[in-house]
Write a protein of this length. Structure first.
Length: 364
């Protein structure tokens, strides 16, 4: 699963990417510093994995991961190809969710592409470009669908109604994610178009160090602006955290974070939020050879969870042995869980819960 970092040039996208992935994407004080998207695989911080490690003492530990894509800064006119816009918008289309970085700090030494700091204006600039690109996609699809609908094709007639609804929404300056579709319509008609503004979004307010815990007036304006979007807003002092990340000593990093009033890096909060944004959850396998976090969609059944390990596990699924994470950690071992009668045996219809510790029985 991929989350793409977007925003105007010089708002801190590449610095955030470096902060998240410990990669070293080029970041500099001029527009279009990033042209090709940088991709990083980021571990999802999870204290539960550390707890299981301490109980099982395995040979290795493998965390869940999220793929983060650093996409070049968009500018006004990107939907018409300005600033290599078509290439950048194509990169966004390939992601599953959007992390939208907004500059919420003043600094005369860092150029703003529009000459002043205004996160609401910046957000609208990006939104309009993404909406225009989606409108282009929908209009092309609508032309084809109308022709089929005129022949009496019932499916095309249904699709035409949905496309017109999307078109009207985009023309009003509203993103597709605000529309309520049935699950069937989403799967059949909406998802195949890969509309950019239908992707879930997480807003990151990039602030200076003094606003890292409390935010500032600009952050409050952003929160107010996105209140109806059902989107999370995260405050992050990106530049400061990037500097802290450069420190080799873990304890020294913690001291600096505590000085800022933080109990953990804001980047860890962001990674977990991105994971949640992608509608993902975690189950664990725990044994002497490895303790591992596995990523599955929320609502996945036991066979689907088994299939993440290997497709044969799903095809030949017999049953799953399941231990609730709290039972495992309270009792301290699988053996004690079994003694207490807390291990459950589940069939094909079991819906996996976040944090379940699982073992699968299958036959190929």
């Amino acid at each position: 699963m991929k989350a793409g970092i977007v925003g105007l040039p010089n708002v801190g996208k590449s610095t955030l990417f470096n902060c998240l992935s410990n990669a070293k994407a080029q970041s500099a004080n001029f527009p279009f510093c990033t042209i090709e998207p940088n991709v990083g695989v980021v571990n999802v911080p999870d204290p539960r994995l550390e707890k299981l490690e301490s109980l099982v003492n395995p040979e290795k530990v493998i965390p869940a991961t999220v793929e983060i894509v650093d996409i070049a800064g968009l500018v006004k006119g990107a939907s018409k190809g300005e600033g290599l816009g078509n290439q950048f918008l194509g990169n966004i289309r390939e992601t599953d969710a959007i992390i939208h970085v907004l500059r919420c700090f003043e600094n005369d030494n860092i150029i703003h592409v529009d000459g002043s700091v205004d996160p609401i204006r910046d957000k609208e600039t990006i939104d309009i470009e993404l909406q225009l690109k989606d409108l282009e996609t929908v209009e092309k699809r609508l032309e084809k669908t109308k022709r089929a609908a005129r022949t009496g094709n019932k499916e095309a007639q249904t699709e035409e109604v949905i496309l017109n609804k999307i078109k009207e929404t985009l023309e009003s300056g509203t993103s597709v994610r605000s529309i309520e579709f049935s699950e069937e319509d989403l799967v059949e008609y909406v998802h195949p178009m890969q509309l950019i503004t239908n992707k879930p979004v997480l807003y990151v307010c990039n602030v200076d160090e003094s606003a890292a815990t409390t935010g500032n007036d600009l952050v409050e304006k952003v929160k107010e602006s996105v209140a109806n979007e059902n989107a999370e807003v995260i405050i992050l002092a990106v530049g400061t955290e990037a500097d802290i990340n450069e420190l080799d000593d873990f304890e020294e990093r913690q001291v600096f974070l505590e000085d800022m009033g933080l109990t953990e890096p804001g980047s860890s909060v962001l990674i977990r939020a991105a994971y949640k944004l992608l509608n993902q959850q975690t189950y664990f396998t725990a044994g002497e050879k490895e303790v591992r976090a596995w990523t599955i969609p929320i609502g996945a059944t036991a066979p689907q969870a088994a299939g993440v390990i290997h497709t044969d596990f799903e095809k030949g699924f017999i049953r799953a042995e399941v231990i609730a994470y709290s039972d495992y950690t309270d009792l301290g071992s699988e053996a004690k869980v079994k003694e207490a009668g807390k291990l459950s045996v589940e069939g094909k219809n079991y819906v996996v819960k976040d944090g379940d510790v699982m073992h699968f029985l299958f036959n190929v």
